[in-house]
Design a protein around this ligand. Structure first.
Ligand SMILES: [Zn+2]
Length: 213
């Protein structure tokens, strides 16, 4: 959105280590036919599963969702959060786009890991909100880092994206890592009543851009 400052360009150089495509296969889904890619970076943490729709190259500006894994939501259909609804909306929109990518990243629980997320749920059951519970466990409100996502996009030749996200920090981190977000596309599916207080906390305490919450 904004022009990158010299310090941002320096940051980009620092974070532009290698990420490479290690697997590529066809993946038919409920939302259309995709190509699934495995992308690997420097360590075991740096892995991404990418679903590609249409042609993606240096000239295209794909519609991109950078989705953090949520076992409880994405797989077990939990309604404590909006993750599965966001994932399905993203796949629907990307499946219709001429050029689109979904990056699925192992950043469970906003980066604190699955078991710590379950511990945070336990504190939330006692009345804390998601941010207070993370702090109670000694974690930041959001520990996610999107530099590897940027490098995965670079590995695919992508420099500019239309980003499906409500999270200004995600936009900022990707831009600092050298990806130009030419447009932020809201990712706000209809959600259940059970996830309302979670969304209200994301809006009030994490600055997410959510309408009507
Ligand atoms: Zn979730």
């Amino acid at each position: 959105m904004k022009r990158r400052s010299p310090s941002m360009r320096k940051q980009r150089r620092k974070t532009s280590g290698r990420a490479r495509v290690v697997a590529r296969a066809v993946l038919p889904t409920r939302f259309g036919k995709f190509t699934v890619l495995g992308i690997h970076g420097r360590g075991p943490e740096e892995t991404a599963v990418v679903l590609q729709h249409g042609r993606v190259n240096g000239r295209s500006v794909p519609l991109v969702r950078v989705h953090s894994q949520c076992l409880t939501g994405d797989v077990l259909t939990s309604q404590r959060c909006d993750c599965r609804a966001q994932l399905e909306l993203s796949l629907r929109l990307i499946g219709r786009a001429r050029s689109g990518l979904l990056l699925y990243l192992p950043q469970e629980g906003r980066g604190i890991g699955l078991l710590n997320k379950l511990k945070a749920y336990q504190w939330q059951d006692r009345g804390m909100d998601t941010v207070e519970a993370n702090h109670r466990l000694g974690f930041a409100a959001d520990s996610r880092d999107y530099r590897f996502s940027a490098r995965a996009l670079w590995a695919l030749g992508v420099r500019r994206v239309r980003l499906l996200s409500n999270n200004p920090d995600k936009v900022k981190q990707l831009e600092e890592a050298g990806i130009r977000v030419v447009e932020r596309v809201p990712c706000q599916p209809r959600t259940s009543r059970a996830s309302r207080s979670y969304l209200q906390t994301k809006k009030a305490k994490l600055g997410h851009l959510l309408a009507g919450v």
